[in-house]
Design a protein around this ligand. Structure first.
Ligand code: MLT
Length: 388
């Protein structure tokens, strides 16, 4: 029986995918698997039992990826599962920035006791007038699952779309509308676009990328949209830009004391992926990834371990080894099995940066003794019997 802890509420449709080999526990220390949405795991102690964490969403900045890797804990996310939900809100964000819909609705609320409201509205509406997005230039920074959908939707709305992504995947390139102008220098987006939307993960390399220097290169009256993570922008610099008129509006999905209630900021309470469909898609994908990993050792959509798929084990046993990506490891692993007279029928070794993962299907049931021997090899974080 595998125990799973949900650190945030996870859509029931997803949890129903767990077979009767699984039990949901309220005790995180008991769990082999964790399902999480936005709860921070940075200060959390990782229990010896924990094998995998699945983030129901794309961003993983709430999870200590390196620490997990060194504890032999595989972290998964659900790329693309909420992309449509986020895309739709980005389009709404552009429209809210183009016209003062929010101000107009507020005026109607405040005027609710005015019997002449219809007449007053005709006078007042000039204060909430705006522009159309058709024909405007949109720059999309980051063409992953969400960025591609935003770019394509904007093309369909007759915007002129520029896309920037130095790591564009083949899949993303296939999905991207041919009308999107692919730029190789992000400055082209800064200098040419009327709307700029960011869709990159928060990492050291991207933290604060929208700063005074970048803003200085942008067109006067630019509209910035941030549905990725607030820390991608130096928001004090954004406020300065709003004050000077360089930035016309900042639309963010991440409320914080810097931007909440500030003039020119349209701040939404992290609703990008908060749709029934996105929550269900993420939950189902996270649960499937976790089950295939716990039961078969297979890794799909991990953000700290390499992908590895050996299907379902058909021999007497399967062992997974989590280790550093250094020389001679495979020789040492196979020697352990050789010394114990256990024949290896299939083996896969995959690496990702400093981390590697090896799975071996063997013709005898693996014992705790061989697991201890493998774990005593320098550079091994963990070994586990997947089947046997
Ligand atoms: C994401 O990173 O995909 C979103 O933040 C998901 C969420 O709202 O939980």
């Amino acid at each position: 029986m595998y125990k799973i802890n949900c650190m945030n509420p996870i859509a029931q449709v997803g949890l129903e995918h767990f077979s009767d080999k699984y039990e949901i526990t309220g005790e995180v220390k008991e769990a082999e698997g964790i399902l999480v949405r936005s709860a921070s795991m940075h200060e959390m102690e990782l229990s010896e039992k924990l094998l995998g964490v699945a983030r129901a969403g794309a961003g993983v900045n709430n999870i200590p990826l390196d620490k997990c890797a060194e504890h032999g804990v595989v972290v998964f996310n659900t790329p693309g599962a909420n992309a449509n939900g986020v895309k739709e809100l980005v389009i709404a964000g552009m429209l809210l920035a183009a016209r003062d819909v929010v101000g107009g609705i507020q005026w109607v609320k405040e005027s609710r006791d005015n019997a002449e409201i219809a007449k007053a509205a005709e006078k007042e509406k000039k204060n909430f007038a705006g522009t159309e997005i058709m024909g405007k230039k949109l720059g999309v920074i980051g063409l992953g699952a969400i960025g591609v959908k935003v770019a394509n939707a904007a093309v369909a709305l007759d915007m002129e779309v520029y896309g920037y992504d130095p790591y564009l995947s083949v899949n993303a390139a296939w999905s991207l509308s041919r009308a999107v102008r692919h730029v190789t220098n992000v400055e082209d987006i800064y200098t040419q676009c009327d709307y700029i939307t960011i869709h990159v993960p928060l990492m050291d390399a991207t933290r604060g990328m929208i700063n005074a220097e970048a803003i200085g290169k942008m067109k006067d009256g630019v509209i910035l949209l941030n549905f990725a993570r607030d820390l991608l922008a130096e928001e004090d610099d954004v406020l300065e830009g709003l004050k000077s008129g360089k930035i016309a509006r900042y639309v963010s999905d991440f409320p914080n004391p810097t931007t909440a209630g500030q003039k020119g900021c349209i701040v939404i309470p992290h609703l990008g992926a908060s749709t029934e469909e996105s929550e269900e898609n993420c939950a189902v994908m996270a649960v499937q990834e976790l089950m295939d990993y716990l039961e078969n050792g297979n890794i799909r959509n991990s953000v700290n371990y390499p992908a590895c798929d050996m299907g379902v084990c058909t021999t007497a046993g399967r062992v997974a080894i989590y280790h550093r990506n250094t020389v001679n490891m495979i020789t040492k692993f196979t020697a352990e099995f050789g010394e114990k007279g256990i024949n290896i029928s299939t083996m896969t070794n995959k690496s990702r940066g400093e981390v590697a993962y090896t799975m071996l299907d063997v013709e005898e049931k693996p014992t705790e003794e061989i697991i201890r021997a493998l774990e005593s090899i320098k550079g091994v974080f963990r070994a586990r019997i997947v089947k046997g």
